[in-house]
Design a protein around this ligand. Structure first.
Ligand SMILES: [Zn+2]
Length: 139
């Protein structure tokens, strides 16, 4: 959330000339706003993870609204907030790893596999306080 993601548009602004199509959906320019708000690949993975945990999808039309929604849902020490923080950070992390694998290793996997990996990681890494909730969900 610090606006330091090295997406293609940011690298181009820093003087590095690289292709700037999103490597996940191939539909638009690779940018922070696209990745978090518009990218169909990101959306389908995030929605599947939210659906898995019976959580509401993140509904945002722009970056500012996205940040506000994430902060609102991650705020506090409730189990719901803790669960949301874990789901959100693991999803963003796995998507970023997939994006980089596509760019640097020329490999790719479908959104279903990424979503399953995120669910597995969340089941393993869930703190005790929310592990019992997470383990109840069926993917
Ligand atoms: Zn995309």
């Amino acid at each position: 959330m610090q606006n330091k993601l090295l997406t293609s548009d940011m690298l181009n602004r820093l003087g590095m000339v690289i292709a700037n199509k999103c490597n996940l959906c191939h539909q638009a320019e690779d940018s922070r706003d696209h990745l978090y708000v518009e990218c169909d690949y990101m959306k389908v993975v995030m929605n599947k993870i939210m659906q898995w945990t019976h959580s509401q999808n993140i509904a945002a039309w722009d970056w500012k609204q996205h940040v506000q929604e994430v902060i609102r849902r991650a705020k506090g020490k409730s189990r719901e907030a803790e669960l949301f923080k874990m789901l959100y950070t693991e999803t963003v992390n796995c998507i970023w790893i997939e994006r980089n694998k596509r760019i640097f290793e020329k490999t790719s996997v479908g959104w279903e596999r990424i979503a399953k990996e995120i669910a597995c990681v969340c089941c393993v890494r869930a703190p005790l306080r929310i592990a019992e909730i997470v383990h109840r969900y069926r993917f």
